[in-house]
Write a protein that binds this ligand. Structure first.
Ligand SMILES: [Zn+2]
Length: 220
């Protein structure tokens, strides 16, 4: 779906999505704009899936062996499954991010995260996933049970609507300017001095800072 289509597609609020009759809407995909508020850590972030059907592998009776009974499969595929608490101005819901949608948005495959980056603990959410928190996204959702959706698409919020609590630039700019002006005046008010002779003057904080800074710069 192109950027233009995403702009014009009908987006539902989360309160409307939560009220959908899921028996009628099971196969219908819905769009919404929501904040990815929080990763639900207790749900973990991956599981061992069957490479064919992606169902979770289960232990064979009386054995430690994990299998997919349906496909007689013994080797597993690491599969993303991240539960997100999503939020808009109307309500909250849980949305599950899986498979290639998760790979795309995290910029890494589940297997690479586990094997190459050594993120083996299912309950410790890697930074690649945690960075999603707070982002506003356009989501294509498949309604599941109540307050539970499967994410079928996750897109940049091209619209970037401005939150209402934003301070008007007309009030913030002059304040900043006044502050900067005052700061400059403070610096001006300092007597100009010869750095060599003033080096050991204890009250001269500004000169001490400057020399510490240049020491650091020398190290870099
Ligand atoms: Zn299977």
């Amino acid at each position: 779906m192109g950027v233009q289509d995403l702009e014009t597609v009908e987006k539902l609020s989360l309160s409307d999505l939560n009220l959908l009759d899921t028996t009628d809407n099971e196969e219908q995909l819905k769009y919404c704009r929501a904040t990815l508020k929080k990763i639900v850590e207790e749900d973990g972030w991956y599981y061992l899936g069957c490479p064919i059907c992606y169902k979770q592998m289960r232990k064979k009776p009386d054995s430690e062996l994990l299998i997919c009974q349906q496909h007689d499969m013994q080797h597993h595929k690491y599969t993303f499954r991240v539960t997100l608490l999503i939020e808009d101005e109307t309500d909250q819901a849980h949305a599950v991010l899986m498979g290639k949608e998760a790979e795309e948005i995290c910029g890494i495959s589940c297997e690479d995260l586990i094997i190459k980056k050594n993120c083996k603990n299912q309950r410790i959410i890697p930074q690649e996933i945690l960075q999603l928190e707070g982002q506003i996204k356009l989501l294509k959702l498949k309604p599941g049970t109540k307050r539970d959706f499967l994410i079928k698409g996750i897109y940049e919020d091209v619209h970037k609507f401005t939150p209402t609590q934003d301070i008007e630039p007309t009030t913030s700019t002059p304040n900043k300017k006044i502050f900067e002006k005052k700061r400059k005046e403070l610096f001006k008010a300092k007597p100009s001095k010869n750095p060599k002779s003033d080096n050991f003057e204890p009250s001269d904080q500004s000169s001490a800072n400057t020399s510490a800074q240049s020491d650091i710069e020398d190290l870099i």
